[in-house]
Design a protein around this ligand. Structure first.
Ligand code: SAH
Ligand code: DHB
Ligand code: MG
Length: 221
């Protein structure tokens, strides 16, 4: 089994089920041109986020970690007229590039990118929730706090997705010195302890290597 095969299989399905479109291709091109890291969600992961948004009839979506707006665009495309996605981003350069990409995708009226440390911005979102879908994909060390905020800003039925929780399997090393790994481990403990949600993890292989997602749903009260 190899990265090359995983990428080819991703491409085999993506070419048929969600062929690359101009707006998403432009996002990836903007990442390359501006030397942003190649860590946008993969095309099939973006499509999964979009399907989850559609499945829960999302009208309000919250994202933590915008980068160039790839996942932002995937999710915002599921919003009905009047729907809104708020994405939090600490890096002004990323936010500027994302804003341009969102505009090019024709989603400027549905997407708001807020600049700042997510932990500083989240308390100010109380009046704008509850959110129907939350995607957590920023610095991994703050994952437990982001999850706590996601639950606070949720309603019964809200779906919470957290990216990059497997980290090539390093997640199982309790003694890892990698702060991202420890962030995921504390997150997992927090999800497990949160009685208001039911959750599972999906390991993924594909064009982005070996990683995974936690998917949680806030239960009816
Ligand atoms: N969700 C994007 C990828 C996000 S990459 C996609 O799949 O297309 C992670 C992003 O989180 C980076 O742009 C980084 O600048 C941002 N970030 C890191 N720490 C942050 C923080 N404390 N608050 C807000 N954003 C943060
Ligand atoms: C990293 C961050 C991501 O959001 C991602 O999807 C992949 C890798 C990282 O910081 O290594
Ligand atoms: Mg990610």
């Amino acid at each position: 089994m190899s990265q090359n095969l995983w990428s080819q299989v991703d491409r085999y399905f993506a070419d048929q089920l969600h062929p690359e479109d101009a707006a998403l291709a432009a996002v990836l091109a903007s990442c390359e041109a501006n030397h942003l890291p190649p860590i946008s969600v993969a095309p099939n992961q973006g499509r999964l986020l979009q399907l989850l948004a559609l499945a829960c009839g999302a009208r309000r979506i919250l994202e933590v970690g915008t980068l160039a707006g790839y996942s932002t665009i995937c999710m915002a495309r599921a919003l009905p007229a009047g729907g809104k996605l708020i994405s939090l981003e600490i890096d002004p350069r990323h936010a500027g590039i994302a804003l341009e990409n969102v505009g090019r995708a024709g989603l400027a009226d549905k997407v708001e990118i807020r600049l700042g440390r997510a932990l500083d911005l989240l308390p100010g979102l109380a009046g704008e929730g509850p959110f129907d879908l939350v995607f957590i994909d920023a610095d991994k060390t703050s994952n437990p706090e982001y999850f706590a905020w996601a639950v606070k800003l949720s309603r019964p039925g809200t779906i919470i997705v957290i990216d990059n929780v497997v980290r090539e399997g390093k997640v199982i090393d309790a003694h890892s010195k990698d702060q991202s790994v420890q962030g995921v481990r504390r997150l997992t403990a927090a999800v497990a302890a949160e009685k208001r949600v039911r959750a599972t993890t999906l390991q993924t292989v594909g064009s982005k290597g070996y990683d995974g997602l936690i998917i949680a749903m806030v239960l009816p009260s």
